[in-house]
Design a protein around this ligand. Structure first.
Ligand SMILES: [Ca+2]
Ligand SMILES: [Ca+2]
Length: 504
């Protein structure tokens, strides 16, 4: 079977495309430090956050940005200085929303908008009628449907006002019900915008493991404005939570083979300027650290030591509880995984059995035999089998005793024979030898008698050894007398019988 050259090349090309598509699933990632912040030294000594601007009631420290503190009616936001220069991105937001109340307010928002928003706006601390994407972590249940805290994505063309009274349910593109308040560890959200697909993963902060992200939602065909700005804002109301963001980590994403597209290229001059800026920041940071150490030679160490060694009882207990809980959680997850495995195996074997049964019924023969194998042995069958076995055992015992008896009897017989006078052990029960010897003795005696008679005759011991003693006349007379006596007797008997007949 010969393939035309064109078809062959087409096939190879298609396979190549498939391979490209398979590897194309994982985009190239690049960390964008100018669109990120993270501890330590998140904020400089003067309180500024490099590459970012914050305002309203937001406070930045070395460890985090408190976007809105737990006081009534607070609003704050932090926006990136430079517009985004890449098309696709992923932002990992690590934050904590904590408050003393069972219920908190109002919530935190992540923004990617065409223009920077306000620092004291009406939508979770920033501007309404935004153009772009807002992802809201809504703590407070305004519409009283018991569906908060809630995470949602709302896209806006810059025309709509956020529907606070309905908690945005009339406007959201997608969302998921997740509790993100007062968690033992920081909660995390991974927001990915890649090839017009928006994916939000959420980490519920029950463990410290980075692997515990879960899918919150995924929206396709999302068009966001190019060159937008990242921002985070938060607000409190009558109720109040602390809204702290510790990490804002941005990665730009590129489809494989498209890393550093033309629009991305920066001039040599620009590059030098940027690296100079970076070096300046680094130098400034080191200088500040040095100054601080010089000004407070003891304080820093004492503070660190205090933090390290003097944890309060409550803190320790809490830490232990959390550690224990996360261990339990890990164990449970492992168990769950194993249980799933077992259930899977069970289902597989069940389906195999049902297949076998179907095969056995349809085809008979060998599959039928296999079905018999599967048929379980019943109780009465087991009992019957046991009884049979017992019977066989008893019979075997009896046979054994019989054999023993026979053996002992033969043994005594053999012993008796051994003790007999012939002193010859014969396998047979009769002594033919003695019988023969007896007969021999008898014959000898007979022979001896005959020889004695012979000697008597030869010595002339008889009255008429040479001549005849009985004459013919005497013989005839004797016979006649005998005949007469017999005749007379028979006549007498006949007469007697005739008389007896007459009497009857
Ligand atoms: Ca709300
Ligand atoms: Ca609600």
């Amino acid at each position: 079977m010969k393939m035309a050259a064109e078809v062959r090349w087409l096939l190879i090309f298609q396979i190549f495309c498939l391979i490209c598509a398979a590897f194309g699933e994982t985009p190239h990632r690049k960390f964008e430090y100018k669109y990120s912040f993270k501890p330590p030294y998140l904020a400089q000594k003067d309180g500024s956050v490099p590459f970012w601007e914050y305002g309203g009631n937001a406070i930045a420290s070395a460890e985090n940005v408190r976007v809105a503190p737990s006081l009534k009616s607070q609003k704050g936001a932090i926006w990136v200085k430079q517009p985004v220069t890449f098309d696709w991105w992923e932002v990992e937001l690590i934050f904590r929303i904590t408050g003393r109340g069972r219920i908190g307010a109002d919530g935190l928002a992540f923004w990617y908008t065409a223009a920077k928003g306000a620092y004291n706006g009406t939508v979770f601390g920033s501007s309404d009628q935004w153009k772009g994407l807002g992802i809201f972590f809504d703590s407070f249940d305004n519409d009283n449907k018991h569906n908060n805290p809630y995470i949602m994505a709302v896209l806006n063309e810059g025309t709509e006002s956020f529907d606070h009274t309905n908690d945005g349910t009339t406007q959201l593109s997608a969302g998921c019900l997740r509790d993100f308040r007062n968690k033992p560890f920081a909660t995390r959200a991974k927001i990915e915008y890649y090839q017009n697909t928006l994916t939000v993963l959420f980490h519920n902060g029950m463990t410290n493991s980075e692997q515990d992200y879960e899918m919150c939602f995924r929206v396709e065909n999302v068009g966001l404005p190019k060159g937008g700005y990242f921002g985070v804002s938060a607000a409190t109301g009558g109720l109040a939570d602390d809204h702290d963001v510790s990490h804002f980590l941005t990665h730009s994403l590129y489809p494989p083979g498209q890393f550093r597209p033309d629009g991305q290229k920066v001039s040599l001059e620009e590059q030098q300027k940027l690296s100079q800026e970076y070096m300046d920041y680094q130098k400034k940071l080191e200088q500040q650290k040095e100054e601080y150490r010089r000004d407070h030679p003891n304080e820093q160490r004492e503070k660190e030591e205090f933090m390290e060694y003097f944890e309060t009882d409550n803190q320790r207990e809490l830490r232990q509880i959390f550690a224990g809980q996360s261990q339990m959680f890990d164990a449970l997850r492992e168990l769950n995984r194993k249980l799933d495995e077992i259930v899977g195996r069970q289902e597989r074997s069940l389906s195999l059995i049902s297949q076998l049964q179907v095969g056995g019924v349809q085809m008979g023969g060998q599959p039928g035999q296999q079905v018999q194998l599967i048929d379980t042995i019943r109780r009465q069958e087991v009992d019957a089998l046991l009884n049979n076995q017992n019977n066989i055992l008893n019979t075997a015992r009896e046979i054994k005793s019989f054999v023993n008896e026979v053996y002992s009897k033969t043994d005594t017989i053999l012993n008796n024979q051994a003790r007999s006078p012939t002193a010859q052990v014969q396998p047979m029960g009769y002594d033919y030898h003695s019988l023969v010897s007896e007969m021999r003795d008898g014959l000898n005696t007979l022979k001896r008698d005959i020889s004695q008679i012979n000697t008597k005759i030869s010595n002339g011991g008889s009255d008429c050894p040479t001549m005849n003693c009985l004459t013919t006349t005497m013989f005839l007379l004797f016979v006649a007398i005998q005949m007469i006596i017999l005749l007379a007797y028979s006549m007498y008997r006949d007469n007697k019988e005739a008389q007896a007949k007459k009497l009857y």
